[in-house]
Design a protein around this ligand. Sequence first.
Ligand SMILES: [Zn+2]
Length: 209
Amino acid sequence: MAGGPIAAAAARKVGVRRILAATLAMVLLLIAGACSAVALPAMAIVAASGNNVGTPELHEPGQGGTLVPSESGWWRPVPGPITSLYGPRRIICNAAGCSTPFHQGLDFGSGCGTPMVAVYAGTVTFAGNAGGFGNRVIVDHGGGIETIYGHIQNASTFVQVGQQVDGGDQIALVGDTGVGTGCHLDLKVRVDGVHTDPQAFLRGRGVNV
Ligand SMILES: [Zn+2]
């Protein structure tokens, strides 16, 4: 009696179970989607690049072209205007604390979530939170030269301590962690442990900043 009333009832039961299972799966997907909404942009970039440092497709401000290295192999870290120069500056305070009266970095007013690239090949020596500087990455380029990338967006650092990066590799996304007045990249350059003007330093290596 295949296909009789009992078999039909069993088939209906299986059908109802399938619908319930499908509904449950959809609800779980929606919850997962909502929870990971913040992390998705970073994940998308990592996935699109095929590795965890990636290939940038950034644009120079007002030029519309892809960021390219200078002849000596140095890069602009992000597109966007320079919003604060190295040198004396008024003190800025927020919930994370106050800035120092001498600005040791060069600020790029790039939007929240803009990918930033290592300005030159090197080794990551720090990747984590640094109080008023927010989340930051430090890259040692050898020869006593280090570059420091500040205020990185939470959960948006793509590199780890000890990792080798090339100039132009994406290392993190622009954020507003630490002391500041909005999303921007604060780039610092140290030579033999002493801060120097990043704009003059990069211009001296053929970079448009
Ligand atoms: Zn700054």
